[in-house]
Design a protein. Structure first.
Length: 236
């Protein structure tokens, strides 16, 4: 069965941060928003070249805890065949450009500190490889396939070099690691598309102390991702 057959609940789009959801609501302002114990959701139809695809947009909330719990909630409630996470990330200056879009092929939850044993073993246990073999990715898709590091904190400048050397990371976020982990344990197909709102280097971040940079970047990135969504639905 494709993701558009019996499609009322076959595609769920997960949105994390409140700032990201705010942009979504500005685009889909006339939809019927309904509450859940985690966050709001609405159902709509997205026009693609293959017809209208029913999609549920679900606001999970920010951070690893909300991402893990709400992703499991979404899977239990709607049993989607395809899960898509659209969101933002911070980029490593010199490795990626502002507003670039990452198609995530691996997530690493790196902020695990083991005092009694080896932190690497725990980090490896929560590392998730994403199977993207079921979609064809072309150069025309204008995405960078890369891993994404996740933590319950913004990127810390003095950790940038270590993250690059240890994981070959080029960007980081708060939620992708938990979303990927939950989807893999439930054997759900997952696409994570994250756009770079701001850049961080070894000394500072351009949005640190200036949240307007993040707000403006989120507006640009989320509108870009929503505009590209029909293209990704076509790949199903």
């Amino acid at each position: 069965m494709s993701c558009t057959e019996d499609a009322s609940h076959k595609v769920v789009v997960l949105i994390s941060a409140n700032a990201e959801w705010k942009v979504v609501k500005s685009i889909f302002s006339k939809e019927d928003y309904q509450p859940t114990p985690w966050g709001e959701f609405f159902q709509t139809k997205i026009k693609s070249s293959k017809g209208e695809v029913p999609v549920i947009f679900f606001h999970e909330g920010w951070g690893k805890t909300a991402a893990a719990g709400a992703t499991q909630f979404a899977i239990d409630k709607w049993n989607p065949e395809c899960v898509i996470n659209l969101g933002t990330c911070g980029g490593f200056e010199g490795k990626i450009n502002r507003y670039d879009v990452l198609l995530v092929n691996k997530t690493i939850i790196y902020d695990i500190k083991e005092a009694m044993g080896d932190s690497k073993e725990a980090i490896d246990d929560y590392t998730t490889e994403l199977d993207l073999s079921w979609i064809k990715v072309d150069q025309s898709d204008s995405v960078k396939q890369s891993l994404l590091v996740s933590a319950d904190r913004d990127l810390i400048p003095n950790e940038i070099s270590e993250l690059r050397e240890k994981y070959n990371a080029i960007a980081g976020d708060w939620e992708s690691g938990s979303i990927a982990y939950a989807c893999k344990r439930n054997h759900k197909r997952l696409i994570i598309l994250r756009g770079v709102t701001d850049l961080v280097n070894a000394k500072t971040g351009e949005a640190y102390g200036n949240t307007q940079v993040f707000q403006d970047g989120t507006d640009i990135v989320m509108k870009k991702l929503i505009k590209q969504l029909p293209h990704w639905l076509d790949k199903f």
